[in-house]
Write a protein that binds this ligand. Structure first.
Ligand code: HEC
Ligand code: HEC
Length: 359
């Protein structure tokens, strides 16, 4: 239903790859894994990120889904990826800070996993390049899942039931650290959210209410009402540009943000612009979960921008001072209506993304 040009182009590529892979595998007389039909709207663009050595396959995704919800991947068998990334909350957890296997809170707020297929650098500070590399962090972090990949391998081997799934996914029953993170990454690539009212609007299947329309125009500009510039950062149908900005939360930074990765003073207090898709479900907000509601977020942009040398130029006046948006009550209502139109109920109820032990 939501297949568009993007999928078709990619689909032909996949078909060619499949023919090649099938041929190669027939040669060694072993059935190969089946490509997973990643379908997404053409307006999401084709700049997806799939490493050549980890194609997305039905068998790999099925294994990755099991592993995503596998608590044996944590030191005391209590925490899985799904503990902090709940489908019903668009793969966030509703907490300001998440709680790892040993009860220690994380330093930042859990992030949504929707549409990671298009993201290159993960985390609030962009420190992980690629989903495979990203997955190693929560697995081995001493306060998140707290277990070495080698111990995970030993536990999965002992669990017995995984060998067949690894064989189906990778053509070898041997469980390795690399295959664990590859399978998880394959599953994450399938978490595509593209069926919100905003998508139906983009596909010409839905008319915005007057309030949603006004919010859309405030957000993106180009309409009869003023633009308040959200789309300078949260632009395009995926509502993000993969850039780092200081959006005026603080003048003194408890968390250095991007500067922690680059070491540049210029990056202090700059964080990744994240997607606003399903934003009504992913409270609390910002890297430290400081805002409990979207109204508080709008109040921030409206009236409370903190100044400082790295504040984004987009949020400053010509003299370099913070330039709050001064939103009226009506504008806030309209923006909220548009932000609510980014909630994708198909995504949060899709049985393909749920815990396979339950569904
Ligand atoms: C204890 C809670 C917790 C667990 C368990 C956990 N995460 Fe996370 N996740 C977080 C937090 C917190 C962040 C943001 C951390 C940061 O930016 O430093 C995050 C960020 C992410 C991101 C980055 C998203 C983006 O757009 O940049 C991905 C992907 C992710 N997690 C996947 C996983 C996977 C896969 C697992 C299991 C292997 C997992 N997480 C386990 C809490 C958790
Ligand atoms: C200068 C770039 C920029 C502009 C303009 C901007 N944002 Fe943001 N936005 C960001 C960044 C960067 C973050 C993450 C900041 C952090 O957590 O430290 C963010 C975070 C958010 C979040 C929280 C996301 C989450 O998952 O917690 C919401 C909601 C949001 N912005 C809405 C808006 C709206 C609505 C507008 C327009 C009124 C807007 N933004 C304008 C850069 C921008």
């Amino acid at each position: 239903m939501i297949m568009r040009k993007g999928f078709l182009k990619y689909g032909y590529g996949l078909a060619a790859c499949l023919a090649f892979v099938m041929g190669a595998l027939a040669f060694v007389s072993r059935p190969g894994p089946t490509p997973y039909p990643l379908s997404y709207p053409g307006y999401f663009g084709n700049r997806i990120n799939i490493p050549a050595d980890n194609p997305t396959t039905m068998e790999g995704v099925a294994l990755g889904r099991r592993l995503f919800y596998e608590k044996r991947l944590s030191a005391n068998n209590t925490v899985s990826c799904g503990t902090c990334h709940l489908q019903r909350l668009a793969f966030t957890d509703g907490r300001r800070f998440s709680i790892g296997f040993d009860g220690t809170p994380t330093k930042r707020n859990a992030m949504s996993l929707a549409n990671s297929l298009w993201v290159r650098n993960f985390f609030w500070d962009g420190r992980a390049s690629g989903l495979e590399a990203q997955a190693v962090t929560p697995l081995t972090d001493p306060h998140e899942m707290g277990q070495s990949l080698d111990s995970s391998v030993v536990k999965l081997r002992a669990a017995g039931s995984y060998a067949g799934a690894f064989y189906a996914a990778f053509g070898a029953a041997v469980i390795t650290p690399e295959r664990i993170v590859r399978a998880i990454a394959q599953f994450e690539r399938t978490l595509i959210s593209a069926d919100a009212p905003y998508d139906r609007f983009l596909r010409g299947e839905y008319h915005f209410t007057p309030l949603e329309q006004e919010g859309y125009e405030l957000f993106f500009g180009g309409g009869p009402v003023r633009s308040v510039g959200c789309s300078n950062c949260h632009g395009g149908p995926r509502t993000l540009t993969e850039t780092y900005h200081n959006n005026g939360l603080d003048s003194v930074f408890a968390d250095p943000g991007r500067a922690g990765v680059t070491g540049m003073a210029y990056d202090r207090g700059r964080f990744r612009v994240v997607t606003l898709r399903n934003i009504a479900l992913t409270a609390p907000y910002m890297h430290d979960g400081r805002f409990a509601s979207l109204s508080q977020v709008l109040d921030h942009y409206s009236d409370h921008l903190a100044g400082g040398p790295t504040l984004s130029p987009t949020l400053r006046d010509t003299a370099g001072r913070p330039e709050p948006l001064h939103l009226t009550a009506g504008e806030k209502k309209a923006l909220l209506a548009f932000l609510n139109a980014l909630t994708d109920s198909t995504f949060i109820t899709d049985p393909r993304f749920s815990d396979p032990k339950i569904n």
